[in-house]
Unconditional design. Structure first.
Length: 231
């Protein structure tokens, strides 16, 4: 869900149903199906989700989406990153869960659900993260996101565009060169493509002010992507 902020003239996502994350909103699927769900899944009919449907039919936007998912899976969606957060929240919420006389599950269900499925259809937090991550890694290989032995050679690279926002002139600061930057307008059209041979090389974009999108390619694979704002 999105809404148009008439003050900033920007679109914002409305965050909702966060309590249904990590496989709790099953849409009639079993846990195995949820863990292996396509990252491009749209409920039937696809026309009922026109924004998602149209964006995923656009190759540029779909590649930017895949690159973003790749970044999250590589750096954030893992047991190594999330388990400590889960463990830190456990002692905070435990007393309140135990004291709740109206909860639809037992105290033991609460304890078990950190690592294992309970009540037949509520996946364990840590096990769901592990299995879902495995599926996403497999799906992302089709987009050039490989998180195997050579993961650090590309997807652990860090690139920044400075300044951002800018007046159309900026530099790329990163860990590996040469790279190629591609810039797209809001219609998904490539409006600039430039090879950057060294750190802090200047890129100039002669376009009207607005929001654009960039991809930084290393060895023909997307190593970074993001939003570029020209004032």
């Amino acid at each position: 869900m999105v809404y148009h902020d008439t003050i900033t003239d920007k679109m914002h996502f409305i965050v909702w149903d966060a309590n249904e994350a990590f496989g709790n909103f099953n849409m009639g699927m079993n846990i195995s199906q949820l863990e292996s769900l396509s990252m491009s899944y749209i409920p039937n009919p696809a026309s009922s989700r026109p924004l998602t449907d149209k964006m995923l039919q656009n190759t540029t936007y779909k590649n930017i989406y895949a690159s973003t998912v790749c970044n999250y899976v590589a750096n954030y969606f893992s047991n190594a990153y999330l388990d400590p957060k889960i463990d830190s929240l456990y002692p905070i919420i435990k007393p309140h869960v135990y004291a709740d006389p109206n909860k639809p599950y037992t105290n033991q269900n609460f304890e078990d659900n950190f690592t294992m499925t309970v009540m037949g259809n509520i996946p364990g937090l840590k096990s769901f993260i592990a299995n879902r991550r495995t599926s996403l890694i497999s799906q992302l290989t089709a987009y050039g996101c490989n998180m195997g032995l050579n993961e650090s050679s590309i997807y652990n690279l860090q690139f920044t565009v400075n300044p951002n926002p800018n007046n159309g002139t900026f530099t790329i600061d990163g860990e590996k060169f040469p790279v190629e930057i591609e810039i797209y307008n809001s219609l998904g059209q490539v409006i600039c493509k430039q090879t950057v041979n060294g750190k802090l090389e200047t890129v100039t974009l002669r376009e009207a002010g607005g929001i654009y999108f960039y991809q930084i390619l290393s060895e023909n694979i997307t190593a970074a992507s993001g939003k570029l704002v020209i004032e």
